[in-house]
Ligand binder design. Sequence first.
Ligand SMILES: Cc1cc2nc3c(=O)[nH]c(=O)nc-3n(C[C@H](O)[C@H](O)[C@H](O)COP(=O)(O)O)c2cc1C
Ligand code: SF4
Ligand code: SF4
Length: 434
Amino acid sequence: MADISSNFLGIKSPNPFWLASAPPTDKAYNVERAFEAGWGGVVWKTLGEEGPPIVNVNGPRYGAIWGADRRLLGLNNIELITDRDLYVNLREIKEVKKKWPDRAMIVSIMVPCEEASWKAILPLVEETGADAIELNFGCPHGMSERGMGASVGQVPEYIEMVARWCKANTRMPVIVKLTPNITDIRYPARAAQTGGADAVSLINTISSITSVNLDNFSPEPSIDGKGSHGGYCGPAVKPIALNMVAEIARDAETANLPISGIGGITTWRDVAEFLALGTGNVQVCTAAMTYGFKIVEEMITGLENWMDDQGHKTLDDVIGRAVPNVTDWQYLNLNYVSKAKIDQDSCIKCGRCHIACEDTSHQAITSLVDGQRQFEVIEEECVGCNLCVNVCPIEDCITMEQLPAGSMDKRTGESVPEIYANWTEHPNNPSSSG
Ligand SMILES: Cc1cc2nc3c(=O)[nH]c(=O)nc-3n(C[C@H](O)[C@H](O)[C@H](O)COP(=O)(O)O)c2cc1C
Ligand code: SF4
Ligand code: SF4
């Protein structure tokens, strides 16, 4: 059986699955049941500075989008950081860590962007015995209007400065949680590293309005007829998170910076993909909020089974394996030619592939053959775009088949070259030397 135990920054946990800082990690009651269910660690719901507790709205705080089967695809929230008393949280963190020493206990913190505020809270957290801190520079709503969260995370100089303060004032490893609400994720990641951070975690939520109520014209969630943007997460954000993780993992400046991957992770497969793109572990929020803590069981057995099937013995066999295969468009092989192929036995003749290709692609799928309803690829027209694969309702009914080198591409009338050739050397490229 594959060994999925995790060692992230020297913090050991029985598996790489941590719950992200959010309602699932808001209190001892939740965290203890999460540990009982099998989660390897948690990032406690973000603590703020000492003083009157944070005030949340008293109406709805979530918006969502769903697939046709009502499965939740994206979740939007306008919740703030913890609204529980700082000292109650600290006491619970200490008790839970003592009771569950083999689980990772990370504490998320967000205090004003002044050194004194960080200096005041760090020893309090350190005293709990927590394994590390995560600096919440990501929250895009509410707290950012108060000069915290994403408003710090959008300024690399601030990230560097606060990371440096934290490293100077605590022995605990420092993880900087990045906001995706930025143009180029490499800059904040580099800043975190320059400030001495031990790792980055990403992504926090994406600024969003999920829907508008067309009766009162208020964005949802509607609070007395008004709405404000919230933070978007769940399966819909996974592609954005994967890309940002890959950007950091393949950036020469941050290639060795440990990454904790977050964003839409729901199944073991999502986990394996994040690990392959270079994350040392993963964090999960929406999936736990949608399906409950026991979802971790599928992640554990699924990852173990896949690793066994593939002959991967430990997480190190998987971590970063896909990073060398992430490249810029200009280096993709233009001599790689593929064509769609339809398996007539599994085709239900719905016609979706034909409509998609006919109306918006390359008119490369028939609808009638000899007067009969029949969907076949016209190789002379097919550019291999795979739109038809993506719109076909039957999995694996349409597949993309690579044309071997030396065979004839009926669309161009030319034989497929053997050599790799990319845009940098293409004769149509004005900057090409070839
Ligand atoms: C209701 C809610 C509250 C959240 N609160 C926090 C928070 O206090 N601190 C924080 O760093 N992230 C917070 N997050 C963001 C999550 O930790 C996570 O980064 C984000 O949801 C993406 O992961 P997911 O797609 O698995 O949900 C919150 C998310 C949700 C849905
Ligand atoms: S791969 Fe693209 S061009 Fe080819 S049949 Fe499918 S949709 Fe049409
Ligand atoms: S979309 Fe798929 S199932 Fe529908 S006609 Fe095309 S190949 Fe057949």
